[in-house]
Design a protein around this ligand. Structure first.
Ligand code: PXL
Length: 266
């Protein structure tokens, strides 16, 4: 039967070195046995040393990408990544609302691990107003959670409050990815707050490696893939967290500096 196979969509930027952005999403969809489709919002030129240039796709092209996918596929879940600026966020939100692409996982990408901006400073308010309320799951890291809630996070209590604030802003389920504090424990813990009110921590080891590009993209993509296959939100988050943990632990040596995680790791 046509369109029975689980299909997922990434609305994100292309990263030429394959370690992050749309490429990490598509690697993840593939390995998680989900057919991957894409709406490309921007392209960045870079490698394991960093990002050196970027361009944004034109409005008519974005509209056409959405239309073409909607005309032919049965997408069961979608995720957002790099959206670059206010206009792009508005355009993506308009198109997402127009069609049926299933639940939305919002990875509120702001800046790379190595300091390259992927969202214009003045676009944050639009992201909060227009995109966060559409999120079935929002997946900020520590820094992004602080930016979105406009509050410093220093303790477990602060993390919980940030997650609650994100729910108040309209996201249904939240995972805040933990931060490793230099010199402290060799653990990182992610905090999850579900729509039902249930909350829990996911503890994992901290891996001291330079091969962590695309970790956030891959986590949100793995959640999206699981949702597309019909897995519950809680299990999707748990499975994705475990998958990314293994992909960091069993890294591959690609590029000379900051490398990718290993999407094949099991
Ligand atoms: O990992 C965040 C990210 C998202 N999207 C694009 C990127 C990166 C990091 O490099 O290049 C396009």
């Amino acid at each position: 039967m046509v369109n029975e196979f689980p299909q997922a969509l990434t609305i994100a930027g292309s990263d030429s070195d394959g370690s992050a952005g749309m490429q990490a999403d598509l690697h993840t969809f593939f390995v998680r046995k989900t057919y991957g489709t894409s709406v490309i919002t921007a392209c960045v030129a870079g490698n394991s040393y960093g990002i050196h240039d970027s361009v944004t796709m034109p409005e008519r092209f974005i509209n056409q990408e959405f239309k073409d996918l909607a005309d032919d596929f049965k997408i069961k879940a979608a995720k957002t990544g790099m959206l670059d600026d206010t206009n792009m966020i508005k355009l993506v939100v308009e198109n997402y609302k127009k069609y049926d692409f299933g639940p939305l996982v919002v990875d509120p990408v702001i800046v790379t691990k190595h300091g390259n901006m992927l969202l214009k400073e003045d676009a944050l308010a639009t992201l909060i107003e227009k995109l966060v309320p559409l999120a079935t799951v929002i997946t900020p890291n520590f820094y992004e959670a602080e930016k979105l809630t406009n509050k410093e996070i220093k303790s477990d209590k602060d993390i919980k409050q940030a997650a609650q604030a994100l729910i108040k802003m309209g996201a249904k389920n939240v995972i805040i990815k933990g931060k490793h504090i230099a010199g402290e424990t060799k653990q990182v813990k992610d905090y999850v707050l579900l729509e039902s009110g249930k909350d829990f921590w996911i503890d994992g080891p901290y891996y001291d490696t330079t091969h962590k590009n695309g970790t956030g993209d891959s986590l949100s993509a793995a959640i999206t893939a699981e949702i597309a296959k019909g897995t519950s939100i809680e299990d999707s988050i748990r499975i994705a967290d475990d998958y990314v943990d293994k992909a960091i632990k069993n890294g591959i040596e690609v590029g000379h500096k900051f490398g990718p995680i290993n999407h094949w790791a099991e």
